[in-house]
Design a protein around this ligand. Structure first.
Ligand code: HAM
Length: 425
């Protein structure tokens, strides 16, 4: 029996890998323009970190974590990270930044693990690219995060919908929670099993229940209960988004599935990726740093679901072209030596070059050059080496000519010609 990959785990090859890479590279380039700096955190943490942040009442902690006991004497319970925010907050506190230099802007990326039911756009190992900003309690920071995502959206040439909401704060949330609880209790008999169970612990989840949609539609929402400060904060976010030309809708039922949010929350959704339509999600989490043992520092951030955004990109057919520009076709020992030198010079000038095996015949090598989609095949045999030349074949145009390759200047001239054909100006 041969071994297969686990359910919900993916191998990414070819165009799939390139779409993911395009999203990651573009995200990194965009956020670096916003002066956000990279942070790398471990994949494995103590399970308490997630229990105390993502939250005991979240689906993620309740039923989706890959958790196991370590082999140490204390039998420490560990978990593969289901999301990046808790690890980033832990690292921030552990580095003492909450006290020494609280205003920080971080980005991070990599695999996350959740034991969910796999379907299109939902995997058990998936990748996020996230941004977390500390020490900024102002609404302008929330708005800037959404502007950042909108810039990424434009660079990837996607149409996405930005949904925003405010969940209120420690001052106004209790009244909202109580109203929701009253509403839930009044409709107890109609609630789905999940909501029935979690009503007392986390009534907010009723609002985004996929089953109790009708009930949720009539439920009170946080916007009706915002205190003056939260109302002003949300109005500022809206004003700045409008000023920045970012289209958005207010979705009062957007409560998010993780426990640490307050005030601004948002999700960016795509119509191109099926039912798992949230491609980016985030919000404000003032209070989280303190609850994990740090100082009382504000936090806000988001995470991109890389595979989901890559699906949206692939649906547009906009994947990176990775075919080699040149297939070097060496024949015999002297051909192999000359081809290596030319290939290195081409690579130094940014051409993608695959140097083929000198141990095969011309016919097999030309077949390989066609198969890998190379635009040019450059053939160098013993004869060519003796004459200081190469045969240059444009495989797309099916024309072949000879080019001098004796001196560095000859090779540079050939490279210039190839580059002109690849990117005509
Ligand atoms: P989240 O909503 O749990 O938030 O995940 C963020 C994004 O990750 C989702 O919108 C989705 O695109 C992607 N995602 C989540 N689960 C899966 C899955 N099973 N398969 C594929 N993609 C998935 C967070 O994780 C927060 N840490 C975001 C945040 C950062 N809030 C503040 N800072």
């Amino acid at each position: 029996m041969h071994l297969t990959r686990l359910r919900g785990f993916q191998d990414l090859l070819g165009a799939d890998a390139r779409a993911v890479r395009l999203v990651e590279d573009t995200a990194r380039a965009v956020v670096e323009r916003y002066a956000v700096h990279e942070l790398r955190i471990p994949l494995l943490e103590r399970i308490e970190l997630y229990q105390r942040s993502t939250g005991e009442t979240s689906d993620v902690v309740e039923k989706q974590m890959y958790a196991f006991t370590d082999r140490d004497e204390a039998e420490t319970m560990l978990a593969l990270r289901p999301e990046g925010t808790p690890g980033v907050v832990r690292a921030y506190i552990e580095a003492g930044l909450d006290r020494s230099d609280p205003e920080q802007r971080f980005y991070y990326g990599g695999p996350m693990f959740r034991r969910e039911r796999p379907q299109k756009g939902r995997f058990r190992q998936f990748h996020q690219f996230g941004v977390e900003i500390f020490g900024r309690a102002d609404a302008a920071c929330d708005a800037e995060l959404i502007v950042m995502i909108d810039e990424l959206r434009r660079e990837l040439n996607l149409e996405l919908e930005t949904q925003i909401n405010s969940l209120g704060c420690a001052e106004c949330r209790p009244a909202f929670r109580a109203a929701l609880l009253d509403y839930g209790r009044a409709h107890l008999a109609e609630l789905c099993e999940d909501c029935h169970q979690r009503l007392e612990r986390n009534p907010l989840r009723l609002l985004d229940c996929k089953i109790d949609v009708k009930l949720a539609a009539g439920a009170p929402t946080s916007l009706d209960y915002l205190c003056e400060n939260c109302r002003r904060h949300f109005a500022t976010v809206e004003r700045l988004l409008t000023a920045a030309g970012v289209a958005y809708v207010v979705n009062p039922r957007l409560v998010r599935g993780l426990d640490y949010y307050m005030r601004t929350t948002f999700e960016i959704v795509s119509g191109a990726v099926g039912s798992q339509s949230a491609v980016v999600a985030g919000g404000r989490y003032d209070g989280l740093v303190e609850s994990l043992g740090g100082a009382a520092i504000a936090g806000t951030g988001f995470a991109i679901g890389i595979e989901r955004l890559a699906l949206a990109v692939a649906a547009k057919g906009a994947v990176l072209d990775a075919a080699p520009h040149v297939a070097m076709v060496p024949l015999g020992d002297s051909g192999a030596t000359a081809a290596l030198g030319i290939a290195q010079r081409m690579r130094a000038r940014q051409l993608r070059v695959e140097l083929l095996s000198p141990d095969r015949g011309l016919k097999a090598l030309m077949r390989r050059a066609g198969k890998i989609g190379a635009r040019f095949a450059i053939i160098i045999g013993e004869n060519e080496v003796a004459l200081g030349k190469a045969q240059v074949r444009d495989l797309a145009a099916s024309v072949q000519r000879e080019a001098a390759t004796t001196t560095a200047a000859d090779i540079d001239r050939l490279i210039d010609e190839i580059r002109t054909v690849l990117a005509p100006t």
